[in-house]
Design a protein around this ligand. Structure first.
Ligand code: GLP
Length: 260
C-alpha cells in the first residue's frame, strides 16, 4: 500500500476531535481514500495491528470499521491473504436478443475469461431436471457448475444440466460448454431465458466476492436444438452490480396485437 494510504491512518490520530465514534471516523477515512483514488482496486489494506498502531486506536475499533466496509462492498476479505480494496465493476451490457455463450460475450469485449470448477459429473436427475430435459429416472444427468470469471473478477455462478446422452463426459468440456456442444452438433439454436431478482446467500456471495444479501440476478436458460429438443437447463446467479441486460422492443403491427 502507498505512503499516501499510510498518511490516512496517521492523520486520523490528529483528527479525533470531531466527536464521532472512532470506528466511524476510520471508516470514513478509508472510504474517502478509496473515492479519491489514494488506494485503488486490488490494493491490500495494512494488517489490523498496523492500522491500530498508526492511527493509535484499538484493534477492536479497526475490526469494526473494516467489517462495515466489507459489508458495504468497499473492501473484500480473502481467507488467508488479507483485506483488499474491492475491484471496481465495469458494468457489462448484454443483449437479450442473441444466443451467445459466456466465453463469446467476454471475448467480444476483450476480457480474459476463465472458470473455476464447482462441480462436474453424472448424477441421478432431480425432478426439475427430469421435467425440463425430458429424462426418465433411470437416465443420468450431466452437471457442470462453474464460477465464471472475467478479467479476474468473478461475475457469475452457472449450474448447467444436460442429458448424459448429450454430454457423457462433463469433465472433458474444456473452457466452453457451447464450443464442446458445437463439436458434437449439439449447440443450441434457440433459448428461453427467465431473469429475476435475488438476494445473494452466504455461499454464492463468498464465491462472487460480494457481501451476503446484496442484490443479484437469477437467470434460468432453457435452450433448444433446431429439432425442438431441449438441450440445456442452466440456472445462474449473476452479480447485480456487473450486468445490464438490454432488450430491443418494437411496436407490434395490428395483426400481432393482442397476441401473448
Ligand atoms: C451463458 C449462458 C449459459 C451457457 C453459457 C455457455 O453464460 N447463460 O446458459 O451455458 O453461456 O458458456 P460457455 O460456452 O462459455 O461455457
Amino acid at each position: 500500500m502507498s505512503d499516501a494510504a499510510d498518511q490516512i491512518f496517521a492523520a486520523l490520530r490528529q483528527s479525533s476531535q470531531s466527536g464521532a465514534p472512532l470506528y466511524l471516523q476510520l471508516r470514513k477515512s478509508i472510504e474517502d481514500a478509496v473515492n479519491r483514488g489514494l488506494i485503488g482496486p486490488g490494493d491490500a489494506l495494512p494488517s489490523e495491528r498496523d492500522i491500530a498502531t498508526k492511527a493509535d486506536i484499538s484493534r477492536v475499533t479497526v475490526r469494526k470499521a473494516v467489517q462495515d466496509l466489507v459489508k458495504g462492498g468497499i473492501l473484500v476479505q480473502r481467507h488467508g491473504s488479507g483485506t483488499f480494496v474491492a475491484p471496481r465493476m465495469e458494468r457489462v451490457e448484454q443483449s437479450l436478443s442473441r444466443l451467445t455463450s459466456f466465453t463469446e460475450d467476454m471475448a467480444r469485449r476483450g476480457m480474459a475469461v476463465r472458470s473455476a470448477w464447482l462441480d462436474r459429473g453424472l448424477y441421478a436427475p432431480s425432478p426439475d431436471e427430469m421435467m425440463v430435459l425430458g429424462l426418465s429416472s433411470s437416465e443420468l444427468v450431466a452437471r457442470v457448475a462453474r464460477l465464471r470469471i472475467a478479467n479476474d473478477t468473478p461475475l457469475a455462478i452457472e449450474r448447467a444440466s444436460l442429458s448424459a446422452s448429450v454430454l457423457p463426459d462433463p469433465a472433458g468440456i474444456g473452457s466452453s460448454l457451447y464450443a464442446a456442444l458445437g463439436q458434437t452438433g449439439n449447440r443450441p439454436v434457440r433459448a428461453v431465458q427467465r431473469i429475476s431478482a435475488a438476494n445473494l446467500g452466504e455461499g454464492d456471495a463468498r464465491l462472487l466476492e460480494v457481501p451476503p444479501g446484496i442484490a443479484g440476478l437469477h437467470i434460468e436458460r432453457i435452450s433448444y436444438l433446431a429439432s425442438g429438443k431441449v438441450i440445456e437447463f442452466t440456472r445462474s446467479i449473476y452479480r447485480g452490480d456487473a450486468y445490464d441486460f438490454v432488450a430491443e422492443l418494437r411496436l407490434t403491427g395490428p395483426s400481432e396485437e393482442g397476441r401473448p
